[in-house]
Design a protein around this ligand. Structure first.
Ligand code: ZN
Ligand code: ZN
Length: 260
């Protein structure tokens, strides 16, 4: 059985454990190594089960604890060539490899795909689990390109960004340049853009959705969930019958794991 454990989500840090009880991968390491260790413990995951770290991109909220954690557990780090170049000084002694084609690790087959974000070369991941189920993750993306959509379709479990409520962002405290950046094609995915795509995912066989990277200033879990739910219900789908839906917490302090 496959397990997803969202450890941290949002602009203060992102990290997910994906795999089985005995072997898995860390997707991003955006908190200190000590915080990652503590949250893995809360979630009942032995850090020694982790066989590698995959990075979506070089922003601090995705790499903060990467070097220390990778060195502590002697883990290889995989990321796009652009991300590795952007990180070069921060890699220290870490064994880092460019992720340019499919990778088999910890009993899983990882397929990286490109996302559109204001960084060197960001990635999302489509991962085939040992039991052939498909997991996909796409966060930090300004819009859903054809390539992203194709990689999310047919996945059993999808982690998708639902970053902001457009009205909250427009009326909020952020300076104009930052609002423009977030709303651009190189920014973050809005609740509305995320929600609009969910019915297509259910139609293609998707059953479990985790809304992720919610902005603390320009969103609330209730707003993200209600946008997603209303789009799915309008398409004729019923929660907990046709699909399950949750919003990732900033910190998974009750150690919740999704089994799929
Ligand atoms: Zn981020
Ligand atoms: Zn980012």
């Amino acid at each position: 059985m496959a397990r997803l454990c969202p450890l941290f989500s949002g602009s203060s840090g992102n990290s997910y454990y994906i795999g089985s009880r005995s072997a898995g991968l860390l997707l991003d390491a955006g908190k200190s190594a000590r915080q990652l260790d503590r949250m893995l413990k809360t979630c009942g995951i032995d850090p020694l089960a982790i066989q590698g770290i995959l990075l979506t991109h070089e922003h601090t909220d995705h790499v903060n604890g990467m070097r220390v954690f990778a060195q502590k557990y002697r883990l290889p780090v995989f990321a796009s060539r652009g991300t590795l170049e952007a990180l070069s000084g921060a890699l220290g002694e870490v064994e880092a490899y460019p992720l340019e084609e499919d990778l088999s690790l910890a009993g899983m087959a990882v397929h990286p795909f490109r996302t559109s974000h204001d960084c060197a070369e960001s990635l999302g991941f489509r991962i085939r689990m040992e039991d052939q189920r498909i997991f996909a993750l796409a966060t930090d993306l300004g819009y859903l390109s054809q390539e992203v959509k194709e990689n999310l379709l047919g996945a059993d479990m999808v982690v998708l960004e639902s970053n902001h409520d457009v009205e909250m962002l427009r009326c909020g405290q952020y300076p104009y340049y930052l609002k423009r950046r977030i709303l651009s094609d190189l920014g973050h995915l809005s609740n509305a853009a995320c929600a609009a795509f969910l019915p297509e995912l259910v139609k293609s066989g998707g059953r479990r959705f985790l809304l992720a990277h919610l902005s603390r200033e320009n969103n609330t879990p209730a707003l993200a969930l209600s946008a997603a739910l209303s789009a799915l219900e309008q398409a004729g789908y019923t929660r907990d019958i046709d699909f399950s839906l949750e919003a990732a917490k900033v910190e998974n302090s009750d150690g919740k794991t999704v089994i799929f």
